[in-house]
Design a protein around this ligand. Structure first.
Ligand SMILES: [Fe+2]
Length: 263
């Protein structure tokens, strides 16, 4: 095998479960991202910084009305995407795992996504789905980075790879079944991913996943962004509009531009 032992462990884990949770070595980068988020919050919230950063994020529902949540979320998404800084940091934090699981010539999703799940809020839920069921390429990997500790209903769930076989034939009928019916069918095998702040989750979006109403007392903040190999097949999300190359190698560049002399 050409693959190093350390990488083999990562691969085996990922292949068994369809996801991995890891703790990046450089926690400073993570803290930096978190502080950046705090600086994006409106002055009136940020000024109440008598409490620590985690407190403010976990308790943002005490500062924002539910009906204003979507505008608030869109405004922060705009801010985090105004430069490549956060995307670059997320890439750096996950690079070791992306290299092993996806490859080293990658495209990144152009716009990083943010999910804010307030307690008891049912307005921005993601019912059970697999992204591939709606035209997403199975070659994509999602990096999911929480800014607060995520657990129980404050987190997302996934059906691990090793349980997929059991349901595959039943899921073929997915078009005739509602998300809710599928959820009830596979409920007992779903894993509620406990991901603490300081950790990163990568998962296979072709596995059924989603979330339910957050019944915890704290708000969930998590970012998600996709990566795939530049030369792997694309689904509905195309290079240029949805993805951009970040690590194209010189020989690939040369190959793409090569013309036989005289042509
Ligand atoms: Fe998804």
């Amino acid at each position: 095998m050409y693959i190093e032992k350390k990488e083999q462990v990562i691969i085996q884990n990922f292949e068994k479960n369809g996801y991995l949770i890891f703790k990046p070595e450089d926690q400073k980068i993570l803290n930096n991202i978190k502080s950046k988020f705090l600086s994006f919050l409106a002055k009136k919230i940020y000024n109440k910084k008598s409490k620590n950063e985690s407190y403010i994020l976990n308790n943002i529902h005490k500062y924002i009305e539910k009906k204003k949540l979507n505008d608030f979320r869109l405004d922060i998404i705009k801010k985090i995407n105004s430069t490549n800084e956060i995307k670059e940091k997320v890439y750096k934090l996950s690079k070791k795992y992306l290299d092993t699981l996806v490859g080293n010539e990658l495209v990144i999703q152009k716009r990083i996504n943010l999910s804010i799940q307030l307690p008891k809020d049912s307005s921005s839920l993601l019912p059970l789905h697999a992204d591939t069921w709606s035209g997403v390429s199975p070659f994509e990997l999602v990096v999911w980075l929480p800014l607060v500790n995520c657990y129980e209903t404050k987190t997302m769930y996934i059906l691990p790879s090793h349980k997929m076989k059991k349901y595959e034939s039943k899921l073929i009928n997915k078009k005739t079944k509602s998300s809710e019916q599928i959820f009830n069918l596979i409920k007992k095998d779903l894993i509620w991913l406990k991901v603490n702040y300081g950790e990163i989750l990568v998962f296979d979006q072709s596995l059924p996943h989603g979330n339910i109403v957050n019944r915890e007392k704290e708000t969930r903040w998590s970012m998600n962004i996709r990566f795939k190999g530049i030369f792997t097949p694309y689904g509905d999300k195309k290079i240029g509009e949805f993805f951009e190359p970040i690590t194209l190698k010189p020989v690939s560049k040369k190959g793409m531009n090569y013309k036989l002399p005289g042509q």
